[in-house]
Write a protein that binds this ligand. Sequence first.
Ligand SMILES: [Zn+2]
Length: 320
Amino acid sequence: MANRNHLRRHAYLESLLEDTDTFLGGRQLSLVHADSSFLLFDPRVPNPWLSDGGQVTWLLSNQEQIQRQGRPFMGRLFGFPTGEHRTLEEQRIFRATVKAVLHLQMYEGVRVAILPTPAGTQLNRLNFSLLSEGHFKVAWPAWHYYGSIQSAEARRATGSQLLDVLSRFSEIAPNLRWLAPYRPEHFARGIRVALPGSWRAFLHLLHGGRCADCNRQVKHLAHVDHMRPLTPEESPYHRIAAGNSVLFNLSLLCSGCNLSKSNTFATAPEELLGRIAPHPSIFAYLKRTLSYEPGRIPHSLDDRLPPAGEENVDLSSPPQ
Ligand SMILES: [Zn+2]
C-alpha cells in the first residue's frame, strides 16, 4: 500500500511540475507549496524529503524551474508542530530532520517558511499549491497528496476550491515565518559570518527556547552554537574539519554552555545523518550539500561522496 501511495504521489508531483512549467517566464510569477510532513513526524520513519527518491527528484526539479525562471519565485510552507512531548532522543532526531529538510530546500533555492501549528490542526488545511501571476491565480488543492487518493493527476482547483485554498492561505499568511535564503559565505569553513535574525528565531522555536546542552530556558541571551566549531581543536585521534554556518550545523546553547564549550564538540552534527537519511544516494546527496555551496556541484542524486578532506568528517572514523 505504501508503495502504491508513493507511485501515485510521484505521478501527482510530476504532473504538477508539468502544469506549473507552463507558467515559467511570467514576470510576476510566484508559487507556494504547503507541506505537512513535519506534523506527521515519527522517529521510526524518515521524513519523505530524506528517504523518498521520487520526492528528492521533485525537489531537484523545483531547482531546475527556479534556474529557468532566473529568480527565487518558489516558496514552501512547513507546518511546525508545537506543544508536542518527545523524549530527548526523539527531540534529537526531530531537530536533525527539520534542519536537514529545510537546509535542502534552501540549498535548492526554494524559499522556506515555518508555520507554528498546534496539535489537532487538520492536515488537509496544509496541503495545497498556489500559483499567482499578477491577479491570475491557480490552485491545486492536493487533498490526495498524503491522504486517500482518488486520482494521481494534479488537477487544478475549480472555482469554489480555488476560493477555499485562497482563504486557507490568507488565514496562515500572517503567521508564516520566512527564513532568509542561503548566501555563499554560509558554506565557508572556519569563518564567522553574521547569521540572519530569522534563523535565530527559528532555532529558538526548534529548541523550544531551551539550551541543547543543559536544557535550561534560554531567554534573550541566546547564543547560536556552531555544533562543529569554526575553529576546532586539534586531535591525534581523528581528522578535524572546521564547521561552517549552514543551518544544519547550528543549534541553541545558553551563554554559559556556549562559553564553556569553546572549540570542542561532544557530538558531530553529522552523527544522525545515516539515521535520518538511510538511503545511500540521498545520504550522499545530503552530505555533498553540507560541504559545498550550491554553485559548485551538479544537482543530482548519485552515490558519490565528497572527496576526502572536504566533507564533514565522521568522528567515528578510525585514527589516521
Ligand atoms: Zn546550557
